[in-house]
Design a protein around this ligand. Structure first.
Ligand SMILES: [Fe+2]
Ligand SMILES: [Fe+2]
Length: 267
């Protein structure tokens, strides 16, 4: 039976070597722990996807640092930009990454075992919120219609739904893109899951006939505060990697905390 295991790392926010993100957060150490967590897994993932905010300020030296930190991963690594990224600098430092393409946006379709992974690039340069062009939406519709029976994981940095964390929803995917995306996904039931970054924490809902979820950052978390006027805040909740496992009949998603912690056997 065809299976696949896809690891997702999101929002590492890497800065230059020996620097701290926001002058406070050692994001490089967090990413090292996430990479080691994947390397210690009893079953190695077939591929790893990073769903945006790869670096904090879109600079070449930050991507060079990211490249060093990802080097220990032996499997294929797929990169996607988020609102903190810069496509030109990203492509310059990762020239062999075909999934980044050469067009206006870095959208891709890659088969990992039995699973089709589609990455949609929502970056709008100079803005924190995200958007999708008509051309991208038409490409998605065409791509999905070509393989209606292949289980599909759709990855996108900005979630297409309101999370209830107001200061982040203000930086969300545009309403028009969210509505069109919902229409397209609802018409293609092979989309097993839509997986997102940007929120730095786990949030899920039913949407367009499938499951949509944001995933924890491998570094800092956005504080959970559902008051309408909640301030923008982050904290050190335990970071995690996300594992999407196609078992032959369903895509089952796990979250695995990173770092060292005691483990014991039952019995
Ligand atoms: Fe982020
Ligand atoms: Fe983001």
């Amino acid at each position: 039976m065809a299976t696949a295991l896809i690891a997702q790392l999101t929002d590492p926010h890497i800065v230059a070597n020996a620097r701290l993100c926001l002058n406070q957060i050692d994001t490089a150490s967090f990413l090292r722990e996430a990479v080691e967590t994947l390397r210690r897994m009893p079953v190695a993932p077939d591929a790893v996807i990073l769903t945006g905010d790869l670096v904090n300020d879109g600079r070449v030296n930050q991507y060079e640092h990211l490249r060093v930190l990802l080097a220990p991963l032996p499997m294929r690594v797929l990169l996607m930009p988020g609102n903190h990224d810069d496509r030109t600098a990203l492509r310059e430092v990762f020239p062999e990454h075909d999934e980044l393409g050469r067009g206006d946006t870095c959208d891709f379709v890659v088969d990992v075992g039995a699973v089709r992974v589609i990455g949609l690039d929502t970056l709008v340069e100079g803005e924190a919120g995200g958007d999708l062009s008509i051309r991208q939406l038409e490409w998605l519709e065409h791509t999905l219609s070509r393989a209606p029976r292949r289980p599909t994981l759709l990855a996108i940095h900005h979630p297409p739904f309101a999370t209830g964390i107001g200061h982040m929803d203000a930086l969300g995917l545009s309403a028009s893109a969210s509505t069109e995306l919902e229409r397209i996904v609802a018409a293609h039931p092979q989309v097993e899951r839509v997986t997102c970054g940007h929120l730095h924490r786990t949030i899920s809902r039913r949407w367009a006939g499938t499951v949509v979820a944001t995933t924890p950052s491998v570094a800092h978390a956005v504080a959970l505060d559902l008051r309408n006027d909640a301030p923008s805040a982050w904290n050190y909740e335990p970071p995690a990697v996300t594992l999407h496992h196609w078992n032959g009949t369903a895509l089952v998603t796990h979250q695995l905390a990173t770092g060292d912690f005691p483990s014991r056997r039952y019995g």
